[in-house]
Design a protein around this ligand. Structure first.
Ligand code: FES
Ligand code: FES
Length: 179
């Protein structure tokens, strides 16, 4: 049994300790926001926050997460109000959306550590691959997220998709953070 914290909740996984964290999150916890792109550590679609670091969850076993704190895209905010999420919507970064949870998590971790990153710092920290090619819109979104986080800009939250996260979690139970 492997024990650690996922989205502020203690979790014990009865799985092979060598199971990649990505599969434990998706298959056991139903946290399907974290995506499986390549499985080889290259694309970044599976990026989560572990103890404040952006980690590719396909490359770390649950055994290596023992006692640690994992945050997935589901817990970045309950209402899409995180500055990166707001900026993402305002800059219309989205295309198919598959790479986005991982990219947003990588950017959120970057901004937590470096509130106003240089282009070089962005390029070093956000190496996620997007098959739709949203790259030209990512840096403006990061700049906007910096302004939103500083309170220099306000962006109306994107309209709800018709179902609230807590309702979705009731229908398909998933590990959401406590309200
Ligand atoms: S699925 Fe983990 S880096 Fe691509
Ligand atoms: S938006 Fe489609 S893969 Fe990035």
């Amino acid at each position: 049994m492997t024990a650690f914290t996922v989205n502020d909740r203690p979790v014990r996984y009865r799985m092979d300790p060598q199971t990649p964290l990505l599969f434990a999150l998706r298959e056991a916890s139903n946290l399907t926001g974290t995506k499986y792109g390549c499985g080889t550590g290259d694309c970044g679609a599976c990026t989560v926050d572990i103890d404040g670091e952006a980690i590719r969850s396909c490359q770390i076993s649950i055994a290596d997460c023992e006692g640690r704190f994992v945050t997935t895209i589901e817990a970045l905010s309950q209402d899409r109000s995180h500055p990166v999420q707001q900026a993402w919507a305002a800059e219309q970064v989205t295309q198919c959306g598959f790479c986005e949870p991982g990219m947003i998590m990588a950017i959120a971790v970057l901004l937590k550590k470096t509130p106003d990153p240089t282009n070089e710092e962005i390029e070093a920290a956000v190496t996620n691959i997007c098959r739709c090619g949203v790259y030209p819109r990512v840096k403006p979104a990061i700049r906007r997220a910096v302004r939103i986080a500083r309170g220099e800009e306000r962006v109306a939250a994107a309209p709800p998709p018709g179902i609230r996260p807590r309702d979705a979690a009731r229908v398909v139970p998933a590990l959401t953070p406590k309200p």
